[in-house]
Design a protein around this ligand. Structure first.
Ligand code: PLP
Length: 353
């Protein structure tokens, strides 16, 4: 049994570097439940400024960022519109039903871009026996579609339609940093079309924990109430916020390299195996790769074979596996990881024939 060489299960596996740990150790701290942690306050104001919004709130996780957003925008028995493959619908343990007390209406799309006409059809009429539609959520980049970048046109289309219907628009921007790196569009340019956002520091940015909810002063004040209700009020959390600040300053500019690694890995394995790229847009847009191993290959056996050979990879839907590239795997190691994948694939195909 070899120990892990390369881990591409997710960009959440990134570990704090010695420099980041130093910044954490040296962070000035205070009690953040009294809003007195200077490092948390600095992170919040820097992020608010980056996104061109009034205020921001440090929360323990991306799920909490999304759930406080849903809670502040809705009332019990409302309905929120989400994309069918969204993280909020698939991976947040039905939290909107439990926390805000709302149900989700899912709209399918090709690569995460729901159309304003589909949203128009989904909005409930005002009769008393319908739930009340009260929020629209989008996801940037879109995880289950394979890290797709929602276009500015799509966001503008949804945003202007949402305003015309007086509906707030929230963005699950766990990986909006990757969208910005790839499109060259600044965070505030995306945020201009959004009422609130939640962004993760613990994915490609490489911080050990933490997300940030972003919005107006009133929205953030209300979100603070919900964060406390959910048990997310932390005390000397400047130690964690320091990691986020460090990541913004030193890691953010390298995110595009993760996209290059994902493209390189895809190129090598697609040229050398019968696997097919299954990202919804047919391209590797950012750092997420969805690989269809084909009908003859058992993806679970392949995943185990890769693991035996030192490559940790995630399983996906059907015949698919998922690989996510990040700062803890170098470009050179990406080639080695691709070789492990190819050898593992060949071994599994031999066993099957
Ligand atoms: C990771 C992720 C989240 C939040 O996850 P946490 O593990 O709670 O930080 C939210 N949305 C998307 C699209 C994600 O990929």
């Amino acid at each position: 049994m070899s120990s892990i060489l390369f881990d591409v299960r997710s960009d959440t596996v990134t570990k704090p570097t010695p420099e980041m740990r130093k910044a954490m150790a040296e962070a000035e701290v205070g009690d953040d439940v009294y809003a007195e942690d200077p490092t948390v306050n600095r992170l919040q104001s820097e992020i608010a400024a980056l996104f061109g919004k009034e205020s921001a709130l440090f929360v323990p996780s991306g799920v909490m960022g999304n759930q406080v957003a849903i809670a502040i925008h809705t009332q019990r028995s409302d309905e929120i519109i989400v994309e069918s493959e969204s993280h909020i619908f698939h991976y947040e343990t039905a939290a909107p039903a439990i926390i805000a007390g709302v149900q989700m209406y899912c709209i399918p799309s090709e690569k995460g871009e729901i159309s304003s006409s589909a949203i128009g059809e989904a909005i409930r009429p005002g009769d008393y026996y319908f739930p009340k539609t009260s929020l629209i959520c989008i996801e940037q980049t879109h995880n289950r579609h394979g890290g797709t970048v929602l276009s500015m046109e799509s966001i503008q289309d949804i945003s202007s339609f949402a305003s015309s219907k007086n509906l707030p628009l929230h963005c699950d921007g766990a990986r909006i940093w990757n969208a910005c790196a790839e499109s060259g569009i600044a965070p505030h340019e995306y945020a201009r079309h959004l009422d609130t956002l939640s962004v993760c520091l613990s994915k490609g940015l490489g911080a050990p924990a933490g997300s940030v909810f972003i919005g107006s002063k009133d929205q953030v004040d209300y979100a603070r109430h919900w964060r406390k209700l959910l048990g997310g009020g932390m005390r000397q959390s400047g130690i964690l916020a320091a990691a986020g600040l460090y990541a913004l300053e030193h890691h953010r500019q390298h995110l595009k390299e993760d996209h290059e690694k994902a493209r390189l890995f895809a190129k090598i394995i697609l040229e050398n195996t019968s696997c097919i790229l299954a990202n919804s847009s047919g391209m590797v847009e950012t750092n997420i790769l969805i690989i269809d191993c084909g009908q003859e290959c058992d993806p679970i056996s392949l995943k185990h074979e890769c693991s035996k050979n030192g490559l940790e990879i995630s399983s996906g839907r059907g015949q698919c596996l998922r690989a996510v590239f990040h700062r803890d795997i170098s470009l050179a190691d990406t080639t080695k990881a691709a070789m492990i994948f190819i050898e593992s694939f060949e071994r599994i195909m031999e066993q099957c024939s």
